[in-house]
Ligand binder design. Structure first.
Ligand code: ZN
Length: 354
């Protein structure tokens, strides 16, 4: 297998398979940088995706280009490479990127038996979990090759299949200008295929983002529900929440609810810092929604927050769960992250539910 060159069959189909995560909510945890784009200016969202990393010769430069452009992207990592370069997978996460599963060895999955398919997926889930603490929700089959057997294996792992709507052709020798041109065809909800492995791709990032911004499109995350690009906080105006009403009014709750919140500073710099709050269901029954509150001591202000819904009033901060990470089984945890201006400080955070 060549080190970084994986030709991809041209597939111009966006997978929108809706695979219910049978295993229940496994919350995504990402840490991230400021989102440069003004949310009010976003008329739609697209997802930038980078396959086949992490790659010691390109991942850090690619992350720097994305950070400089103020955007977050999705990395479909090869499990073996995560095992060999766990620090790079952590760097992806620390830069606010989402991480998906791209198989263990990059095989032609549809030529494998069910057990081998499961092994490719399972080993990669474990490697990414061990490196980053986060279990992926998204799977992109190598070469975009899929079939019903593979989809059923993906479903067993609670994974949503993600293909793409635009192929940058960076794997096929496209120039930076050609990659930029391909990205200019992205539409709301679309997903572009790129790779962590080419300088041409890295060089295209500033122009891709400038072009998207000029068209009112912002870089978003890929919804684990629809496989389409949505806002970085997971809200998807085209997909109303489908969570059914819970609880039976004639049956009193049998357990006790409760949650705790813990804060840590992940990063700080002159004039700002990045924080993360972990919410744990410490009760004996499932949690359906959570709210974390704190009060800043020194006039800090949150500029961007992900995996939660923020409201700020003066020094008072309230963060409610995002649509996809409010349900926690007893003992289960999730987290949200933010970037704030002001002096790094560890606020006293409290959690209530719902
Ligand atoms: Zn690939």
């Amino acid at each position: 297998m060549p080190p970084s060159r994986f030709p991809h069959r041209l597939v111009v189909a966006l997978a929108t398979s809706v695979l219910a995560a049978a295993a229940g909510a496994v919350a995504m945890t990402v840490a991230g940088p400021p989102q440069a784009a003004n949310a009010a200016a976003c008329t739609g969202y697209v997802a930038l995706t980078f396959d086949d990393g992490p790659n010691p010769s390109t991942t850090n430069a690619l992350l720097n280009a994305l950070r400089s452009a103020g955007v977050r992207a999705t990395f479909f990592n090869i499990g073996q490479r995560v095992q060999q370069n766990p620090a790079l997978a952590r760097a992806q996460q620390a830069a606010g990127m989402w991480i998906g599963n791209h198989s263990w060895t990059h095989p032609h999955m549809t030529q494998l038996g069910t057990a081998q398919m499961a092994s490719e997926i399972s080993q990669t889930q474990q490697a990414i979990q061990q490196a980053t603490g986060v279990t992926p929700r998204l799977f992109r089959p190598p070469y975009g090759e899929t079939n019903a057997t593979l989809r059923s294996v993906q479903a067993q792992f609670g994974l949503t299949e993600v293909l793409w709507s635009v192929d940058s052709q960076d794997w096929n020798g496209a120039s930076t200008a050609q990659i930029v041109q391909a990205a200019s065809t992205l539409q709301d909800g679309g997903v572009i295929l790129m790779h962590d492995g080419y300088q041409t791709t890295i060089n295209a990032i500033p122009q891709i983002v400038a072009n998207l911004t000029s068209r009112g499109l912002c870089a978003g995350m890929i919804s684990p529900v629809t496989g389409r690009a949505v806002a970085p906080d997971g809200t998807d105006p085209t997909t109303p929440p489908t969570t059914p009403p819970t609880g039976n009014p004639t049956t009193p709750p049998t357990g006790t609810g409760g949650c705790t919140a813990a804060y840590q500073t992940l990063n700080s710099w002159s004039g700002g810092f990045q924080g993360e709050v972990t919410i744990t269901n410490t009760g004996t029954s499932a949690l359906n929604g959570w709210t974390v509150r704190w009060t800043w001591s020194g006039g800090q202000t949150i500029g961007s927050l992900w995996n939660g819904q923020l409201s700020q009033s003066g020094n008072a901060v309230t963060v409610r769960n995002a649509p996809y990470n409010g349900n926690l089984a007893p003992g289960q945890r999730t987290s949200f992250g933010f970037v704030a201006t002001g002096a790094a400080t560890a606020p006293s955070v409290t959690c209530t539910s719902p």
